[in-house]
Design a protein around this ligand. Structure first.
Ligand SMILES: Nc1ncnc2c1ncn2[C@@H]1O[C@H](COP(=O)(O)OP(=O)(O)OP(=O)(O)O)[C@@H](O)[C@H]1O
Length: 387
């Protein structure tokens, strides 16, 4: 969808910002470009919408060599989100969002209806916010308008330059989550520049780690953190990359332990007899359909009266995580509830529990044993195992 072929950009003063760059962003893929200041990320991105022209090499968007496409026409097919947002101060939020549809000739009513739909999609009620002016919004809300505006004409490609850079860390994380959800729906081909490795691995399907004007590694977040291609990448992703992997490794059913279970309507005496042999201190309590209800202590069922059911004794579960969630979320729940395990569900259905030992195993599983460059022994698991 976006393809760079041996692209070099040399500025008139002799600075080589980008040197012989070749890579591809597949359709519907989100690629993050990450690296220290001045390494050429923004130059790379601005060559895609021809705000900067390469010195040599070719760039294709949708299979088309963009050198042959009129820049204005090209830009209308490419959404662009920047840190400073760049909203027009004297236009309402709705009109700002409708800018590109209006430019490409949509009727006013259609453009505004589309803008309202997009505002809704980014979590801003168009009735409340549509008539406001940009200065009447918070930084996070302005950023959402920026995203809505970039998506309004439904461009297949989105360029984002530090899109969440100007807001505080809490708002940033919320915007990142919202954007990930949105991207699951709209599936744009996205090139996103960031200097924040956490953001890069969190949002990217693949990550391009830049050295000076070159890509040092172009890989999945798990691979960049687990098997950095060069010592430079290892330094850049940080000594705590083992911990960072918690954010990018999903919980899988195979990672889970299967504790003893009891049914809600089962008699306590029956459950006690069954569980006695299991050497367990507690059992998960499920309803007839296998949905998670809570847990019960084996001692509690053993001591209960004859007519008690498991349901009478069960404690409701107040924390769980969905399968597919990042390990970090499960770890966070364990710490928050001071628990040695966390229940994992698929929808409402109970599928198993994650323990610290299993979490550690899951992290190891996701490290490619055939590391090139920096070896597996270098990946820090200690802080996880100790926790
Ligand atoms: N117009 C220009 N003329 C000369 N050099 C430039 C120009 N624009 C950028 N550069 C240089 O090109 C290199 C790459 O710049 P670029 O803006 O692409 O980096 P970046 O990785 O996006 O940095 P940052 O994270 O600080 O925005 C830098 O050394 C920069 O000083």
């Amino acid at each position: 969808m976006i393809r760079f072929e041996q692209v070099t950009k040399r500025y008139p003063d002799g600075t080589t910002a980008v040197d012989d760059l070749s890579f591809e962003v597949a359709e519907g893929e989100l690629v993050t470009l990450v690296g220290p200041s001045g390494c050429g990320k923004t130059t790379t991105m601005m060559m895609v919408n021809r705000l900067i022209e390469p010195t040599s090499g070719r760039i294709y968007v949708n299979g088309e060599d963009i050198a042959a496409v009129d820049p204005v026409r090209l830009r209308r097919r490419i959404g662009y989100v920047i840190q400073q947002v760049g909203l027009f101060p004297h236009r309402t939020v709705l009109d700002n969002t409708a800018t590109v549809p209006a430019l490409v000739g949509w009727k006013r009513a259609k453009a505004r209806a589309r803008a309202a739909e997009l505002l809704d999609l980014v979590g801003l009620d168009p009735k409340t916010y549509g008539t406001r002016y940009p200065e009447q919004l918070s930084g996070g809300q302005r950023q959402r308008v920026g995203v809505a505006r970039a998506l309004a004409a439904d461009p297949p490609v989105l360029l984002m330059d530090e899109p969440f850079g100007a807001v505080d860390p809490v708002v940033r994380e919320r915007l990142q989550n919202e954007f990930l959800n949105l991207q699951r729906t709209v599936r744009k081909t996205v090139l996103m520049v960031t200097h924040d490795i956490e953001e890069a691995v969190r949002l990217g399907d693949r990550v391009a780690v830049y050295g000076q004007g070159r890509i040092e590694q172009f890989d999945t977040p798990g691979a960049v953190l687990g098997t950095p291609a060069t010592p430079y990448v290892a330094r850049f992703v940080g000594a705590d990359r083992g911990l960072k992997r918690l954010s990018v490794t999903a919980i899988e059913v195979d990672d889970l332990e299967q504790p003893p279970v009891a049914r809600l309507d089962e008699s306590a005496a029956h459950a006690a007899a069954r569980l006695r042999g299991d050497d367990a201190r507690w059992a998960m309590v499920l309803n007839e359909g296998g949905d998670l209800h809570g847990w019960v202590g084996v001692d509690e069922v053993a001591l209960a009266g004859d007519d008690a059911t498991v349901g009478d004794l069960a404690h409701r579960m107040n924390a769980w995580v969905p399968v597919g969630a990042p390990l970090k979320q499960a770890f966070g729940v364990m710490l928050q509830h001071d628990a040695g395990w966390v229940a994992v569900v698929d929808g409402a259905r109970f599928v198993g529990v994650l323990t610290p030992a299993k979490l550690h195993e899951a992290l190891r599983r996701s490290v490619d044993a055939d590391a090139h460059g920096v070896g597996r022994g270098d990946v820090e698991f200690d802080s996880v195992a100790d926790a």
